[in-house]
Write a protein that binds this ligand. Structure first.
Ligand SMILES: [Fe+2]
Length: 221
């Protein structure tokens, strides 16, 4: 195992307790995103602690996403989060990852890129999981259901308190696409307020969803 990969492992061990807590929160949020649309709004009162007990086997069919696949994505999505920029760059070289110009200038996004590579090369995850990890911070146009679930679960998990997430948390359990759109709009607005450059992947993700939802409404009219 190469040194940079070992560093990623060591980092995961060092932050084990925190990683486990955050991981559990994200897994439970992910699981809730599966089940609630299928069983109606009444189930919104579910507590996280009993999610597994109430979690029906057919949820995966409803969302067309496998439970184990979602759990792996949730567990590994931040596996390189605590690496420093130099360590991320070493992984980027090790796995021959090509960054575009925008990505090169945004070290905060590196953990999604290197995390996806470590998940693939070290943990052997399938491409669906790799992609969900890759896009969990920015989103992208035309996301899969799993990608949307991991993006949203990461955004609304219970330890997040940087803004009022209640409307987004409620919407996430009613309509995945509308929740994604709201999450992207909130994220973009927050960056703009802080004077931080907005990643073009997020803008394209938002615009794609706007177009998709608009088309859907026209067809329904
Ligand atoms: Fe992350």
């Amino acid at each position: 195992m190469k040194m940079t990969t070992r560093i990623a492992f060591d980092n995961m061990k060092y932050h084990k307790s925190r990683n486990i807590l955050i991981g559990i929160a994200i897994i439970l949020t992910t699981m809730l995103l599966f089940i609630v649309p299928a069983v109606g709004r009444g189930i919104l009162e579910i507590q996280f602690a009993v999610t597994d007990r109430l979690y029906p086997a057919w949820h995966a069919l409803y969302r067309n996403v496998d439970e184990e696949t979602a759990r792996r994505a949730a567990l590994l999505h931040d596996c390189t989060k605590k690496l420093n920029e130099e360590q991320h760059r070493a992984l980027i070289r090790q796995y021959h990852i090509r960054l575009d110009r925008e990505e090169q200038g945004e070290p905060k996004l590196y953990h999604a890129i290197t995390g996806a590579a470590v998940a693939k090369h070290v943990f052997g995850v399938p491409s669906a999981v790799e992609s969900a990890i890759r896009w969990h911070t920015t989103g992208k146009a035309d996301m899969t259901t799993l990608e949307k679930i991991i993006y949203l679960a990461d955004y609304i998990e219970p330890t997040r308190d940087f803004c009022d997430l209640r409307p987004l948390r409620e919407l996430a359990f009613q309509d995945l696409d509308r929740a994604m759109l709201l999450g992207l709009e909130m994220s973009i607005e927050g960056l703009e307020k802080r004077g931080v450059a907005v990643n073009s992947y997020s803008v394209r993700a938002r615009d794609h969803l706007k177009g998709k939802l608009s088309d859907h409404e026209k067809r329904q009219a």
